[in-house]
Design a protein around this ligand. Structure first.
Ligand code: EPZ
Length: 417
C-alpha cells in the first residue's frame, strides 16, 4: 500500500511539463489492433492504466517494445480474443479493446466491466451499437461474447454522447463494409486524436469534434507512428493546485484550447492567466471567489475536473454550487474533504460548498482517480500534515505526480505502508 504525506502551506511556483493524455492513449492503444502491424507511439504517459493496456495486449499475443520516449506495438501476432476477467475488472476502460478486436478480428469475449467508484458505468450504448453493426452478442453469467462474419456500416444514433461508445463504434467501423455514421457523437478532444491516429493509419473518418462522425470502411491499414495529445485534465489539475495555494506557475506542452471551460472558471474565481496555445501561466489570488458550475459533455465543463475544482473552492470566499450531470455518484470524495474542515453538503446531483478560511490536515483516503488528486490538492493548503491513502488510484492517471508537485515547491512525499 502506498500513501502521500503532505505538509500544507507552500505556494506552488515554477514550471511543469504536462504529460500525454491518458484518455487519448487508451483508445489509441486499442486501435493498434486494427492494422495487424506495427504502431509507434510517442508521449504515452507512463501510468498504471497504460501499463494495464499493454499487459492485456501481450496476453492477446501482441508485442510491446519500449525504446527511450517511444513505444512500439506489434499486433501482427494477436491470436487470442478474450480479455482476461481480472484485468477487465481492474480497469473498466479496457472495454475499448473490444472495438479494436471486433474491427479487425470480428470477435471478442469479455466480462461485464461492472461499476466503479463513480457510478454504475453501464455499457448498454456500446452493446446496442455493436448489434446495429451486425454483431451477434451473447451474455451468460457476466461474460459477453461478440462475433460476426462481417461488419456492415450503419447509421447509429447515440442516446447520450458517450465517449467510450463513440470510440468503440469508430474502431469497429474502420474496416467495415460501407459507411457508419454516428449521430449525437461525443465531441471530446481525445476523439479527435483517435480520428487523427486512425486516418494516419489509412482509415477514412471525418467529423470527430462535432456531434456527427462518419467512418467510411477501408480494406487495408498500414504501420503508423503518432504523437499523443497532452492531458487536459492533468493540466487542469495543476492549474487548480496553483490557484488554491495562491501560487504562480507556468504549464508547458499542453493544448490550452482543450481546457477553455476550466480557464474561464478559474478567471471567474479571481485567478490571473496568461494563455498561449501550448503554455499557460497562472497566478492564484490571495483568496479565491466562490463560483457556480455544472459538468457537461465537451465542450462544457469536464466531469473529470469536478472534484478538483470543488476542492479548490472549499477555501474560497462565499458559497459555490456544483452540479454533476454526467456520473451519478461522483461526490464520494466530499466526505473526506469535510473531515478536513470543508463545509460541503450534497442533495442528488448538486453540491453546495460554503467557503471556509482553513482546511486542517487529516488522514484521508483516495476514493477514485480524480477524487484522490483532489485530496492531494486539499493537503497542499491544509494546516499541518495530511496523509492520503489508496494513492494507487492516483497513479492510474497521473505520471510522476508527486515529483512534479515537489518540483513546484510542494512539501509532498510518497511512502510505503
Ligand atoms: C470517459 O469515460 C473517460 N474515460 C472518463 O474519464 C470521463 O469521465 C468520461 O469519458 C466522460 O467524459 C476514458 O476516456 C478512459 P461515457 P466513459 O461513456 O467513456 C453513461 C477519468 O477520470 N453511459 O462518456 O466511460 C455513463 O454511465 C475517467 O479519466 C451509459 O449510460 O464515459 C456515464 O454516466 C473517469 N451507457 C455517462 O454515460 C453506456 O453504454 C458518460 O459516460 C456508456 C455510458
Amino acid at each position: 500500500m502506498l500513501r502521500y504525506i503532505i505538509k500544507g502551506g507552500n505556494k506552488l511556483e515554477g514550471e511543469v511539463k504536462i504529460s500525454g493524455s491518458k484518455n487519448a492513449s487508451l483508445p489509441i492503444i486499442a486501435a493498434t489492433i486494427l492494422n495487424s502491424g506495427k504502431s509507434t507511439l510517442y508521449n504515452v504517459p507512463n501510468i498504471h492504466d497504460t501499463q494495464m493496456m499493454f499487459e492485456i495486449l501481450k496476453k492477446l499475443g501482441g508485442k510491446i517494445e519500449k525504446k527511450n520516449n517511444k513505444i512500439i506495438i506489434d499486433t501482427s501476432k494477436i491470436n487470442k480474443f478474450e480479455i482476461p476477467e481480472d484485468l477487465m475488472r481492474q480497469m473498466r476502460s479496457s472495454v475499448i479493446l473490444v472495438g479494436g478486436l471486433l474491427g479487425k478480428h470480428r470477435k471478442a469475449t469479455f466480462s461485464y466491466p461492472g461499476g466503479c467508484d463513480i457510478g454504475a458505468r453501464p455499457i448498454d450504448l456500446h452493446l446496442k451499437s455493436f448489434e446495429k453493426l451486425g454483431i451477434n452478442i451473447t451474455k451468460n453469467y457476466g461474460n459477453i461474447s461478440c462475433i460476426c462474419d462481417k461488419i456492415e456500416g450503419e447509421k447509429i444514433d447515440l442516446d447520450f454522447p458517450s465517449v467510450g461508445a463513440t470510440e468503440n463504434i469508430m474502431l469497429a467501423s474502420v474496416l467495415a463494409v460501407g459507411t457508419t455514421v454516428i449521430n449525437n457523437a461525443a465531441r471530446e478532444p481525445e476523439i479527435v486524436d483517435l480520428q487523427k491516429f486512425l486516418n494516419k493509419m489509412g482509415a477514412k473518418i471525418k467529423g470527430a469534434g462535432s456531434n456527427k462522425i462518419e467512418i467510411q470502411g477501408v480494406r487495408n491499414l498500414k504501420d503508423v507512428s503518432y504523437n499523443i495529445m497532452p492531458d487536459r485534465i492533468e493540466a487542469g489539475t495543476f492549474l487548480c493546485a496553483t490557484a488554491i495555494t495562491s501560487g504562480n506557475t507556468k504549464l508547458v506542452d499542453l493544448n490550452s484550447e482543450h481546457i477553455t471551460p476550466v480557464i474561464t472558471k478559474l478567471e471567474e474565481a479571481g485567478c490571473k492567466l496568461k494563455v498561449d496555445k501550448k503554455t499557460i501561466e497562472i497566478i492564484g489570488p490571495k483568496r479565491l471567489k466562490a463560483i457556480d458550475l455544472k459538468t457537461m459533455p465537451y465542450p462544457g465543463f469536464p466531469t473529470d475536473m469536478q472534484s478538483i475544482m470543488a476542492t479548490t473552492l472549499t477555501v474560497a470566499k462565499g458559497t459555490s454550487v456544483i452540479v454533476e450531470n454526467i456520473f451519478e455518484n461522483r461526490f464520494k470524495y466530499m466526505q473526506e474533504l469535510n473531515r478536513m474542515g470543508a463545509k460541503i453538503s450534497t442533495e442528488g446531483k448538486t453540491a453546495v460548498i460554503k467557503g471556509v478560511r482553513k482546511l486542517y490536515g487529516a488522514n484521508v483516503k483516495a476514493t477514485d482517480l480524480r477524487g484522490g488528486a483532489s485530496m492531494v490538492i486539499a493537503g497542499l493548503v491544509a494546516k499541518e500534515i495530511t496523509t492520503v491513502e489508496n494513492i494507487e488510484y492516483i497513479l492510474r492517471g497521473y505520471e510522476n505526480f508527486e515529483n512534479k508537485l515537489f518540483k513546484l515547491n510542494a512539501n509532498i512525499r510518497k511512502e510505503e505502508i
